[in-house]
Each structure stands twice: as C-alpha cells, then as structure tokens.
Design a protein around this ligand. Structure first.
Ligand SMILES: Cc1cc2nc3c(=O)[nH]c(=O)nc-3n(C[C@H](O)[C@H](O)[C@H](O)COP(=O)(O)O)c2cc1C
Length: 205
C-alpha cells in the first residue's frame, strides 16, 4: 500500500459517506460542502448540475478535498461565503483552486464517470497532500448519528408514551441513515434494533 493510500484510509476510514469541503475553479473559484462516497478503494461524489461546483468541474478537472469537523465551517461556506477571510476561515489557493488554510487539503483529479438528468457522478483520483490541518479524519454523519441514537436508546425507559411515539420515527430514521452512510456499523445497528424492539418498539432496517 502506498503512503498516499495509507493516508487516505486514515482520512476516510470506512465505506459509506463522508462530508467534505470541495474547492473547485474553472469558471470561478468556489468552496462548497459536498458528500464523498467511499466504495472499496474508490471515491466518488454525486454533484448536482445546478451548482457552481458542477459547472467548475466541467471546465477544470482538478479539485481540492478539504477536511473539517467544524459545523460552522460547513454553514459559512454554504450560506455566508462572503465572510471568508473575515472570520477564522482563511482561504488559500493552489493552481487557482481554493483550499482552507486550517484544513487537511488533498489535491485530486475529479473525473465525470456518469451523467444523469440532474446530477453527475465524479470519481476522485487523489494526487497529493497540499496542506496539513488539525482534523485528519473526515466528518461522518452516520457515525455522528450513531452517538445521537445511543443517547435516545438510554432514554427509552423514561420516555412517556407520547415521547416514545415521537422518538420512534426519529430512531427509525437514524437506524436507516446510519446503515446507509456508515455500513461498517451494520453489526452495531442490528444489535441496537434488537435492544430497541425489546422495549416494545417495532423498528426494522
Ligand atoms: C453536508 C453537506 C453535504 C452536501 N453534499 C452535496 C453533494 O454531495 N452533492 C451536491 O451536489 N451538493 C451537496 N450539498 C449541497 C451543496 O453544498 C449546495 O448545493 C451548494 O449550494 C452548492 O454550492 P455551489 O453552487 O457553490 O457549488 C451538500 C451540502 C451540505 C451542507
């Protein structure tokens, strides 16, 4: 295994979906939150065609994958990108492509391999590490939801019937989403379904 793929395994440690900040250029430089899908040792993103990210990638196939665990960074880049450089989010550039100064940033090729009506699938070909950050592991929404689910399970015994009815749909959503985004946790999910259903709920995968 090359040093790069060993590194990539640490950043994206399981199958499923991670959330990253993708830097693109081409038409105009842009940083946007994007889901990155790991399937075996291959990495993809599904990019909607109504985004600047898509338009950029059609013109310039290089991109920069930025790793952050900070939800505020995701929020600012989604809705308030005009404040970049005025807050703790500082933008740098490599080959005209933007990346985040405090993030682990990986230069990559981003090749369109499937073209659908509303979106395309792009495949990553990681090239080199550009920048070291404080977070070296990508954000996994599935793993985060698993913690939330564990909290809900500890409360099953003290929920009123009304609360139980309300939370069972949340619990079911979390179970299904964890299974999809963090399939490496399926054994845990199955065990938790048994524990939840032993309390009288009827949750299935
Ligand atoms: C955590 C997160 C993950 C996202 N994943 C994707 C994705 O995988 N593909 C996509 O096209 N949009 C995704 N989005 C939505 C884009 O970030 C959003 O459409 C953004 O406005 C696109 O920006 P752009 O037009 O500047 O490229 C995601 C948003 C968030 C907050």
């Amino acid at each position: 295994m090359s040093l790069m793929s060993e590194y990539i395994n640490k950043v994206f440690p399981h199958e499923g979906v991670f959330e990253i900040i993708l830097g693109t250029a081409g038409i105009s430089e842009n940083l946007a939150p994007i889901g990155l899908i790991r399937h075996g040792d291959d990495f993809f993103s599904k990019i909607f065609k109504n985004t600047l990210t898509y338009a950029n990638l059609k013109v310039k196939k290089s991109c920069i994958v930025n790793i952050s665990l900070d939800p505020k960074t995701f929020y600012i880049l989604l809705f308030n990108s005009h404040v970049i450089n005025k807050v703790e989010i500082v933008k740098r550039e490599y080959d005209n492509i933007p990346y985040l100064e405090n993030s682990l940033s990986i230069l990559s090729e981003c090749i369109e391999i499937e073209n659908k009506d509303n979106f395309s699938i792009f495949k990553y070909n990681f090239i080199k590490l550009l920048n070291n950050g404080t977070d070296y592991r990508a954000f996994s929404r599935g793993d985060a939801l698993l913690i939330d689910l564990l909290v809900h399970i500890t409360r099953l015994d003290i929920f009123s019937e009304e609360e139980l009815a309300k939370y069972s749909s949340i619990i079911e959503y979390e179970i299904k989403t964890i299974a999809r985004l963090s399939p490496d946790k399926l054994d845990i999910v199955r065990d938790l379904i048994e524990r939840i259903n032993a309390k009288g709920l009827k949750i299935s995968l």
